[in-house]
Design a protein around this ligand. Structure first.
Ligand code: PLP
Length: 245
């Protein structure tokens, strides 16, 4: 089997597993969007997935997107894919994000939100964004520190204040929350992390009904089935599709 066939088979298997997990939780397979995380993989890999019908792709480095996205678009034609920025964004790379990406999962501080907002206004576009939340408390992660949000009112209040500022930025369209679970031996251990993000999303829906907080980006190769059972609407999967990095 050549690499293209392998990627296509992997995609089918991942989609089937997403569908089964959704059904186990009483959800519909179509409620979960698969974002194929192509970081570190060559454009040939992206095009193999494209041929199998995959349209949503994720990259975690703006400069890698700048290099790969034009090559892919040359082959597919422009505007056919949705590019998701899923990694931490340095301020000086924000311009590349607005230029090449359609959806940002990794807004982790107000300064980057303001920067993206300003660039979006200049580009006359509105960028759908998710707020990256560190709900596990793992020290290595980016994202708003929300590990104790359910217990400490001050932590909630700080976050709500940030959200209110963010909702006032006309170049951004807040859509929901994103998280990364810690790496653990048993994916079952990630369940409380995903459940916590979902319940934070529910809290925001009740508090700020003027915004549709309908997106939860959670779940990767090792834990996506648990994430789907806990309400993920976007799963970000790389290795299970493209092979090990
Ligand atoms: C790399 C990455 C993924 C995908 O990880 P896999 O283990 O390859 O599925 C998902 N989300 C983020 C933020 C990543 O950086």
């Amino acid at each position: 089997m050549d690499y293209t066939e392998q990627v296509q088979r992997n995609l089918e298997q991942v989609k089937a597993r997403i569908g089964e997990a959704a059904i186990r939780a009483g959800r519909k397979a179509d409620d979960v969007k698969l974002v194929a995380v192509s970081k570190t993989f060559p454009t040939e890999a992206i095009l193999a997935a494209w041929e199998a019908g995959q349209r949503d792709f994720g990259e975690n480095r703006p400069e890698e997107g700048e290099r790969k996205i034009p090559i892919v678009q040359e082959a597919t034609g422009p505007g056919k894919m949705v590019w998701h920025m899923i990694g931490h964004i340095q301020s000086r790379k924000a311009k590349l994000v607005v230029e090449y990406f359609n959806f940002v999962h990794s807004v982790d501080r107000l300064s980057i939100a303001r920067k993206l907002n300003q660039l979006a206004i200049e580009a006359r576009c509105k960028i759908p964004v998710l707020l990256e939340c560190n709900v596990s408390g793992e020290a290595s992660k980016y994202g708003y520190d929300l590990s104790k949000w359910q217990h400490e009112a001050a932590i909630r209040q700080t976050f709500f204040t940030e959200i209110e500022t963010l909702m006032g930025l006309p170049g951004l369209e807040p859509r929901g929350l994103m998280t990364m679970a810690p790496i653990v031996a048993d994916p079952e251990e990630t369940r409380p992390v995903f459940a916590s993000l979902r319940s934070l999303g529910t809290e925001l829906q009740a508090r700020y009904p003027q915004v549709s907080w309908d997106q939860l980006s959670m779940g990767m190769t090792d834990d996506f089935e648990v994430a789907v059972e806990e309400g993920a609407t976007l799963v970000r999967i790389g290795r299970a599709i493209f092979g090990s990095r």
